[in-house]
Design a protein around this ligand. Structure first.
Ligand code: GTP
Ligand code: SPV
Ligand code: MN
Length: 619
């Protein structure tokens, strides 16, 4: 292929690019790119401008290489099949290299920064041989916005480049915003599969190159990211979990704001009143679905601002203002269908990159839950023939779609607002088959922080581990907090107390996943969740009633709008029932878990736990 002036070859100069053609004069950036190129030894360096032309060129190259397969039924769309060992985030290989283990805290894998840096220098040495290194400048949030942040990803994965173009504001505008004195996060990524070894022998590429030995490494003190060995989602699109949550949470703590694993929606009531809600649910527990909810109750409108990450900052007027730092959605495919999430189905009709889903014989994608009818023959996510008798799922349970927010039919007009939207309510939820009620309002901010800190959820396929196993996932941030979780709880308490009483968001807990003894979901979920959203908005307005139960405030019999809903009375009762025996057992377990945080745990949390214990009937 012809070389453009944005590409530099090493053959021209001695052992590294002159970088004379680089479209920036930023010295720190040029020095870093040059140092990384010397370490990783790519054939060439390409500076990405974020143009459609560049996207088309890269996708064409990936089609030729077998990395992408066109999806003819959806214009501009492609399927990627990852290596079967590279299908989700790898939490056991995710490291927080804080100065001390205590700073990383008991929920993170800590590594001593200098030792890890040394180890990674060895791992990255020559890791891009035979490949192109792309320089990917990006902004999280609108370029130049007061809440936005800049970063540059260096990667040898064209899949990461095209995904970053969808997921972030990527390209020349972001690069131009990086001046000598702006802060930006250096994010280095390699799939760890060089095509030429140290003796100069070459080997063929793979459709999805990766390395069995993975590192997702974060240096919070210097705000750097180094990711090696994986091409997948949160491991490889470094603006997302690595930057916008792990590094950003560290920035947020020192600057008095919040970086959260939250969706953001704009809700308009039948009277035209607008409320913004932010909600934290663990991975694959319903954020994308709630973000794109189509209300089943008349007169209500829900619009999308974000589906995965929220940056929330106390504004000059005392309100908590939030932006979605992303520009696209990397959503779970299985379970996404016309009956559950029609908005998403409309959104992914074109210009979408699918990963690890099945292909139909007539050139479309398919996954479990997309249609009621199951196709008789498919090519599964591994590329094998598949029929309903195969005994496996056709799509990987963590198969995903990557699509621009601009294509979302429910995107809100204030999606792009650089100053963010005012958050009126914060929701915490998990996947709980028992104990946790459909909806619960916290008595105050401290109680709300307790609700966030004590989220437990059945594990999903979004990370390696045993699916279905209940685990603590405080604030849905267990894999994403970049510092000590106990300090993170304290930070939440402190941000809340910095807000004036009348501006502080109300806090709620929700659970769409409670099941009956027979194992079926007690609540229909999806669009019907609008009924819960309605009660939350009415509570914010001060117009809906609530009843106090030991756990907090719940809608009384008449406060939840059940008009036209076909849920048996018995199920509704069960959705709010509190079993003292199992709650006391849950509190014993929580108390035990609290001890893992030692002295750093804010006293407010055990106090809240004791209050709850005192309120429970003796079991
Ligand atoms: P990440 O992108 O991993 O952070 O996940 P997410 O929280 O955005 O999860 P998502 O909305 O994609 O939901 C994941 C799974 O939960 C899908 O299979 C959905 O079909 C299912 N789900 C979402 N909302 C509901 C609901 O209200 N009820 C039930 N029963 N399932 C739901
Ligand atoms: C999650 O796992 O919470 C995701 C997908 O949103 S990933 O980008 O892989 O983290
Ligand atoms: Mn997520």
């Amino acid at each position: 292929t012809a070389r453009t002036d944005r590409e530099q070859s090493f053959e021209d100069s001695s052992d590294r690019p002159t970088l004379s053609a680089a479209p920036t004069s930023n010295r720190r950036l040029l020095a870093w790119v040059s140092d990384v190129a010397r370490l990783t030894q790519p054939d060439q360096v390409v500076w990405c401008d974020g143009s459609q032309e560049e996207f088309d060129r890269l996708t064409a190259e990936m089609v030729a290489a077998g990395t992408l397969i066109p999806v003819p039924k959806r214009p501009g769309s492609f399927l990627a099949r990852s290596s079967s060992s590279d299908v989700a985030r790898v939490e056991s290989r995710t490291f927080i290299a804080a100065a001390t283990q205590e700073e990383a805290g008991p929920t993170n894998n800590w590594r001593e920064p200098n030792a890890l840096r040394e180890e990674l220098n060895g791992v990255f040495s020559g890791s891009m041989r035979g490949r192109t290194m792309y320089v990917v400048p990006f902004s999280m949030g609108p370029v130049g916005g007061p809440i936005s942040q800049l970063g540059v990803q260096l990667t040898d994965s064209p899949y990461a480049v095209v995904s970053m173009r969808i997921m972030t504001r990527m390209g020349q505008a972001a690069l131009d915003a990086i001046t000598e004195d702006t802060a930006w996060v250096p994010a280095l990524h390699s799939v760890g599969y060089p095509l030429v070894d140290t003796l100069g022998r070459s080997r063929p590429d793979m459709a999805w190159p990766c390395n069995e030995h993975k590192y997702i490494a974060h240096f919070p003190d210097t705000r750097e990211i180094m990711s090696f060995g994986s091409g997948y989602g949160g491991n490889a699109l470094l603006g997302k979990k690595c930057f916008a949550l792990r590094i950003a949470s560290v920035m947020a703590r020192s600057e008095g704001w919040l970086a959260e694993h939250m969706l953001i929606i704009k809700v308009t009531s039948p009277e035209g009143r607008v409320h913004h809600l932010a909600a934290a649910f663990p991975s694959a527990c319903g954020k994308t679905n709630l973000a794109m909810l189509q209300p089943t109750i008349p007169g209500w409108k829900v619009e999308t601002i974000g589906d995965d990450i929220a940056w929330m900052r106390p504004g000059p007027d005392g309100t908590l203002r939030a932006i979605n730092p992303e520009a696209g959605f990397f959503g779970v495919a299985p379970g996404t269908g016309w009956s559950t999430n029609p908005t998403a189905m409309q959104m992914i009709g074109e210009n979408t990159i699918f990963t690890n889903v099945a292909l139909t014989d007539d050139g479309d994608v398919w996954w479990e839950g997309m249609t009621d009818e199951v196709p008789e023959h498919l090519t599964d996510w591994r590329g094998n023939d598949w029929t309903p008798e195969s005994g496996t799922t056709a799509a990987h349970p963590n198969g995903r779609f990557t699509v621009s927010a601009a294509q979302c039919p429910s995107i809100a007009d204030d999606f792009d607002a650089p100053e963010g939207v005012v958050i009126d309510a914060v929701l915490f939820g998990g996947r709980r088959r028992s104990n946790v009620p459909l909806v619960l309002e916290a008595r105050d901010w401290e109680h709300g922080v307790y609700l966030g800190a004590t989220i437990s959820s059945e594990q999903t396929a979004a990370a390696e581990g045993t699916v279905g196993e209940l685990r603590h996932d405080p604030f849905a941030m267990l894999p994403f907090a970049g510092y000590n979780m106990a300090d993170y709880f304290a930070h939440w308490l402190s941000v809340g107390s910095s807000l004036p009483d009348d501006k502080r968001p109300k806090v709620f807990g929700v659970n769409w996943f409670r099941r009956g003894d027979d194992g079926r979901f007690l609540w229909p979920g999806f669009g019907e969740n609008s009924r819960v959203v309605e009660w939350i908005c009415r509570r914010v307005e001060g117009s809906a009633g609530a009843e106090e139960i030991p756990l907090g405030l719940v809608p009384g019999v008449d406060a939840l709008n059940l008009e036209g809903l076909d849920v048996p009375v018995g199920d509704l009762e069960e959705l709010f029932s509190v079993d003292p025996t199992s709650w006391n057992a849950e509190l014993d377990q929580l108390e035990q878990w609290f001890t893992t945080f030692g002295e750093r745990l804010p006293a407010e949390l055990p106090t809240q736990l004791q209050t709850l214990r005192d309120r429970l009937p003796r079991g």
